[in-house]
Design a protein around this ligand. Structure first.
Ligand code: MN
Length: 215
C-alpha cells in the first residue's frame, strides 16, 4: 500500500491546520484587544479549519462507501470554510504590532505599484476603507494583483468566498465580520477599519507582491 509508506502523516498533509499567530494575543492592542484577538483566532478561525476538514472527511467517507452527497450544499459549504481559513491565515500574516512592523506606509515596489494604480497611497487607503466599511453583512476588504494585467484591484469579498476573482494574488486583507471587532468597537465598523491601518505589516504585503510577480 503506497499510502502506508508516507513519511508525513495524512492528518498534516491532507487536512488544514490552524496556524499559530505570529505575535502575542495582546500585541495588537489597542487596535485589536487581547480578548478579541484570542476569540477571533482560537474560536472563529479554528471553526473554519474544523468545518473544512469535516467536509473533506465526509467526501472521503462517501467516496469510500460509495454513497452520494448533496453536491451543491457540500461544495458551497466547503468553499465557505476553505475561504474562511485561507483569508484568516492571510489576515494574521498581514498584521503586526503598531510601531514594531505594523503601521506606516508601503515602500519600494509596493509603494510604486499602489501609486501607479491609484494615483496616491491616500487614494488607495480611501478606496480600500470604503470597500471594507461598505461590505453588506459579513465579509472582507482585500487588495489583490491581477497577474494578466499587472494591475492592483480592491476586492469587496462577501462572506469568505463571494466576489473573489479567480487566480488573482491576494496581497492584503481586512476582516470586517462583526466577530472581528464587536468586543472592541461594538457596531462601529468604520473605526475598526481606521485602526486597522496602524497594524498593517507592509513588509509582508511587499513579500506577497514580490512572490506574485514572476521575476
Ligand atoms: Mn474572522
Amino acid at each position: 500500500m503506497p499510502g502506508r509508506m508516507q513519511v508525513i502523516p495524512m492528518e498534516t498533509e491532507k487536512f488544514y491546520t490552524l496556524p499559530p499567530l505570529p505575535y502575542g494575543n495582546g500585541e495588537l492592542a489597542p487596535a485589536i484587544s487581547e480578548e478579541q484577538l484570542r476569540l477571533h483566532h482560537d474560536k472563529h478561525h479554528n471553526a473554519y479549519v474544523v468545518g473544512a476538514n469535516g467536509i473533506l472527511e465526509r467526501l472521503d467517507a462517501a467516496r469510500k462507501n460509495g454513497t452520494d452527497l448533496d453536491m451543491k450544499a457540500t461544495l458551497k459549504e466547503l468553499s465557505f470554510h476553505v475561504g474562511g481559513h485561507i483569508l484568516h491565515s492571510l489576515f494574521w500574516g498581514n498584521l503586526a504590532p503598531a510601531g514594531k512592523g505594523g503601521g506606516g506606509t508601503p515602500t519600494g515596489a509596493l509603494d510604486a505599484a499602489i501609486t501607479a494604480e491609484f494615483g496616491s497611497f491616500e487614494r488607495f487607503k480611501k478606496e480600500f476603507s470604503m470597500a471594507a466599511s461598505g461590505v453588506e453583512g459579513s465579509g472582507w476588504g482585500a487588495l489583490a494583483l491581477c497577474r494578466k494585467t499587472g494591475r492592483l484591484v480592491v476586492m469587496q469579498i462577501e462572506k469568505h468566498n463571494v466576489n473573489v476573482y479567480p487566480g488573482f494574488a491576494i496581497l492584503l486583507v481586512l476582516d470586517v465580520w462583526e466577530h472581528a471587532y464587536y468586543l472592541d468597537y461594538k457596531n462601529d465598523r468604520a473605526t475598526f477599519v481606521e485602526k486597522f491601518w496602524t497594524i498593517v505589516n507592509w513588509d509582508e504585503v511587499s513579500r506577497r507582491l514580490e512572490a506574485a510577480v514572476p521575476a
